[in-house]
Each structure stands twice: as C-alpha cells, then as structure tokens.
Ligand binder design. Structure first.
Ligand code: TYD
Length: 396
C-alpha cells in the first residue's frame, strides 16, 4: 500500500523558466505530494508530470557549467575505465556529454531525450539516441551495437517514472558480465539533512538502497557495491550486475543497516521529515521577513530546481527576494517558475548592494564561497540545510 506523507502544495515545472510575464497565466502546475510504498519501500511522487513537459529541447541544466560536476564525472569515468575496462559503454541521460567525453567515440553511445543536448553530443561524434529510455530502444541498441559492458546513468534513473520498464530494458541490454552503475540523490541524506527541496517534478523517486535492492532483485540484478558521493547534496552510486556474477561487497550491507537504523523501512521516519520541513519553512520565511524589515537587500544564488520547491512551498516572492543570480545563460533574463522572481547573471546582479544571498545552490556551497570571497567581505549567505541559518563568513 502507498501512504502519502507529505504535501508541498501546487508547484510548477521546476526548470521551466518563463520568457516573459505573458507566459505566466498558462503556466503548468501540479500538486506535489510524496508517498511511501510499504511493500517495496520506494519513495515516489504522488502525481507524475508528463515527461515531455520536463525533458525537451529547451532543457536548461548543463552539467558541464560547474567545476565540481566536471571533475566529479572525470573522476567517475577514470575509475570505471581503470577498474572494469568496458569494451562498450552506454550512457542513459547523457546531458551535455560531461561523462561521455572521457570514453572512445566508436564504442560509446548515449540516450538523451532533450534535443538540444542530443544534438550537441551527436556533433561531438557520440551516437546519441534522442529518445526516452524504453524496452523498444534497448532492442534497437542490441541490434545495432550489441549488448553493453557498462551502462551508466547519473541523475537519470530517479527521473524515470516507470522503473519496471526501465529495469527490464537494462537487464536486456546488459552483457553477461556487464555492470550497471547509476547515481542519484540519496534518500538517507535527504532525510538526515532535512533537504525537502530534493523533491520536485523531475525526481519521480528518491532512492534508498533498501528500495533499489527490492526493485533490482525483481529483474535478476544484484547490487554489489554502494558508494556515498557528495554531489547534488548527497548521492549514492549503485553498482549492479546480473545475479550471481560478482561477489557482494560489505558496502551494500553497511548501507542497508544505516537505512534501517534511520527507520527508512517505516512511514514514521517520513512523517517526521514532513514535520521538520514545515518548521524549516516557518523559520526561513521568518528570517527573510525580519531581514527585509530591517531594510536589507536579499537575493538568491543559483536558480535551482531545489529553490523552485523552496520558494513555491514557502511562498517566497519578490517581496522577500529581489532577484536570483545564476550563471546559466538559458535561465538568465527569465522569471523563476511559479513565484516569478527575475533571474539575472551574477555579473549583473551580484554586487556590493547585496546584503544577503539565499543559497539556492547550497550543494555548491564550497565552490560558491571560494568564488565569492569579495562578497563575503560584506555580505552573508543564508542556507536552510540542514537547518535555517546565516552562514558565517568563513570559507568552508
Ligand atoms: P543544480 O545543483 O543542478 O540544482 P538542481 O538540480 O536543484 O537544479 O543547479 C545548480 C544551479 O546553480 C545551476 O543553475 C547553476 C547555478 N550555479 C551558479 O549560478 N553559480 C555557481 O557558481 C554554481 C556552482 C552554480
């Protein structure tokens, strides 16, 4: 049975930045709720948004724009090459090719439904199927290129609404000795950090190792290793293979034990998390309102999907946040989804007039504080993770 444990209200598409105020009336909205499946232990949204509304030719998130993500994917690729030496590689959800480009063009292919990115990696010379992942596509890939030794997916599996279809397709295309490696935001980290802003339209599911083990086992796949990784506010990298082909490492049990200790097999942990989110909302709006009352100028740093959830859930508008700064050209000079806060480039908006900046991109705190030393001489960042506070000026 699925139990609904959280309600984040009406929400827009988290990455749908609006060109002008004219688009605002027709903005798509949906009811963002979260459910726990008592049988599989999977945490998923109560309502899914049609994928084409989220992943299309104007998808705005470029992984390569961040130094942290470039080096993260470079390291991941080197590690996988040196340990597993795959003869052929398939990446599902290849974005702008930030991982792909570390592998040979002839033996690597990709699947990417966002046309702007598929075009880019096709032009780089990597065969990219501009499609959503499906069993039909898996069959085509087997026919054209054979089964694959390494299937890699970063921040993509959690986007796929029908996981059974996706895993069936993966189990078909994986070679007998092949490995399937995927990384997504960690449910355990989200619960520990109270980072309710991991919940938005694209994240159809937030994975625990417990739930993944239940699901992968249905498709005769074993999880043989789990790594904790720091990106995206705390993620897990899961290594899977065909049942019985590799020995299961201790990291798998270690994670299962930790999740059990945190109560992730039981709805009570999620209900408690929802209550903490409500408190975080009251504290954040309280802090911003008080700073505004004292006449300070507050902006937001990083027009993230996460901040779409925060601003719409907390009903934070231009009354509290003057504008958002973001380095992504495709988000600049637009309005943020739902609450319609203007987005500008840091060059335009991040200057000495800013007193406080809410860290919408709190997952890049280190990179941003390194970059913004000058701002920190007079200004301060505000974060809500793991609890609402003004960050001291020190370089973390
Ligand atoms: P991301 O972490 O992918 O968040 P989400 O998955 O919630 O959308 O996005 C980070 C955003 O922050 C992205 O739009 C780029 C922006 N950003 C800056 O504006 N400046 C920076 O220095 C960094 C690191 C990111």
């Amino acid at each position: 049975m699925k139990v609904k444990f959280m309600d984040l209200g009406r929400q827009p598409i988290a990455n749908n930045f609006l060109e002008s105020r004219e688009n605002i009336d027709n903005e798509y909205q949906f009811h963002l709720t979260v459910c726990f499946d008592e049988k599989t232990k999977l945490v998923s949204l109560g309502e899914f948004v049609p994928p084409k509304l989220m992943f299309n030719d104007s998808y705005v998130y470029h992984a390569s724009l961040s130094r942290t993500m470039r080096s993260h994917f470079g390291r991941a690729a080197r590690l996988l090459r040196s340990e597993f030496n795959p003869a052929c590689v398939l990446e599902i959800g290849s974005n702008d090719g930030v991982f792909l480009r570390h592998f040979a063009k002839e033996t690597t292919c990709a699947v990417e439904p966002c046309g702007n990115f598929a075009k880019l990696t096709n032009e780089l010379g990597y065969k990219t199927y501009e499609r959503f992942w499906s069993e039909k596509l898996a069959d085509e890939i087997i026919e054209e290129r054979g089964r694959q030794d390494l299937i890699y997916a970063a921040n993509c599996m959690c986007h796929i609404q029908n996981l059974h279809d996706a895993l069936l397709a993966i189990s078909k295309v994986l070679s007998d000795e092949g490995i399937f490696v995927f990384e997504d935001p960690s449910l355990l980290k989200m619960i520990e950090r109270g980072s309710y802003d991991q919940i938005y339209d694209e994240h159809a599911h937030i994975f625990s190792v417990t739930a993944l083990q239940n699901l992968l086992n249905m498709w005769d796949l074993d999880i043989f290793r789990v790594q904790e990784i720091s990106v995206h506010g705390g993620s897990s990298r899961i290594f899977a293979c065909r049942k019985g082909t590799r020995s299961i490492e201790t990291s798998v049990d270690d994670h299962l034990v930790k999740e059990h200790a945190a109560g992730l097999h039981n709805v009570a942990a999620y209900q408690n998390f929802a209550e903490r989110a409500e408190q975080s909302k009251n504290q954040l709006t309280g802090l911003l309102t008080e700073l505004k009352r004292r006449g300070y100028k507050i902006v937001s740093y990083g027009a993230t999907s996460k901040s779409t959830t925060v601003f719409n859930y907390c009903k934070i508008t231009t009354e509290l946040i003057d504008y958002i700064v973001d380095i992504t050209p495709d988000k600049q000079n637009k309005f943020s989804p739902g609450v319609h806060i203007p987005v500008v480039s840091p060059e335009v908006g991040f200057d000495e007039t800013v007193d406080y900046a809410f860290l919408g991109a709190w997952n890049y705190e280190r990179e941003i504080c390194d970059k913004e030393r000058k701002f920190l001489e007079t200004g301060r960042f505000i974060t809500h993770v793991p609890y609402v506070r003004i960050l001291e000026g020190e370089n973390p």
